[in-house]
Design a protein around this ligand. Structure first.
Ligand code: ZN
Length: 284
């Protein structure tokens, strides 16, 4: 996964919210798990944040009665949570503490977010797994991916979805870029990494390549869309049209299958988290 992290990211920019368990990039539910405690927070370290919150509240609501913020306990550690998106690789760590005041319990959150590195998608040496998670995050960049890399990427997606996949080799394929095998079905695949919508003639040409190679089932993958009329002919001759949005869904599904068990974040090197916010837990 292509992840780097920085200390002190402004949560209002990265979207880190301790109550929001959805990925800020692809809107998928995050996988949450308990993590090891990271910080060594003390009441002395936390106090300025607590006061800052009190001042901000008073600016909005006017002065509070003393008991509302008057602490009656020290700082209590509640837990550390790691939330990660299996599709795009984004993650967030949140550590939670609480302090009881006479008439209120206050929760304090500290956290750190992953940032997905920008990569040059046209560079053929970028590893396919990095391209995959990057495209989930910035799918508009699909048009600039090296065409050969895009074929390998599509091959890896079909592999994760359960097909035996063979790349036929770039530009000497007679229109078949991938061959998929699944339950004794053989499927020829054509991949067009293009901004233009696919024309009916291109479907016909693909059909020709399928016939020559002896396939009676085909997938036509496009990074854009298909012109009207394509659907009709495709349905008749056993070709499934996979447009940009269908391929995105397939990519997401493949990512989740791929990373379900092995998405590990080494956060042992994180030494400190930044303050996210202070929230009232209940009003007594
Ligand atoms: Zn995501």
């Amino acid at each position: 996964m292509i992840i780097e992290y920085k200390d002190g990211i402004d949560p209002t920019i990265t979207g880190s919210n301790p109550h929001d368990y959805k990925c800020m990039y692809c809107d998928l539910k995050l996988k949450c798990e308990p993590a090891k405690k990271i910080t060594k927070m003390t009441m002395r370290k936390v106090k300025p944040h607590f006061i800052e919150h009190k001042n901000a509240m008073e600016e909005i609501h006017g002065p509070f009665e003393n008991w509302y913020f008057k602490t009656v306990t020290g700082l209590n550690y509640e837990g550390t949570r790691l939330a990660k998106c299996l599709a795009c690789g984004w993650w967030s760590i949140v550590e939670e503490y609480w302090i009881a005041a006479e008439w209120q319990i206050w929760q304090l959150f500290y956290g750190l977010d992953g940032i997905i590195k920008d990569i040059n998608v046209a560079d053929a040496s970028v590893p396919i797994n990095e391209l995959r998670s990057f495209l989930i995050r910035k799918y508009t960049k699909r048009f600039y991916v090296n065409p050969k890399s895009f074929e390998h990427l599509a091959a890896s997606v079909f592999s994760d979805l359960g097909y035996n996949t063979v790349c036929t080799g770039y530009s000497k394929d007679g229109g078949i870029d991938l061959i998929l095998n699944n339950n004794s079905n053989t499927i020829g695949v054509q991949i067009k990494r293009t901004k233009n919508n696919i024309k009916v003639e291109q479907i016909r040409a693909f059909l020709g390549a399928m016939v020559v190679n002896g396939y009676n089932k085909g997938f036509f993958v496009s990074t854009s869309n298909f012109q009207s009329g394509c659907n009709k002919i495709a349905n008749r001759v056993g070709i499934e049209l996979i447009n940009a949005s269908k391929f995105y869904d397939a990519l997401k599904e493949a990512q989740i299958i791929h990373y379900n068990d092995e998405f590990a974040i080494d956060h042992s090197s994180f030494s400190h988290l930044h303050f996210i916010g202070c929230y009232p837990m209940n009003s007594l």
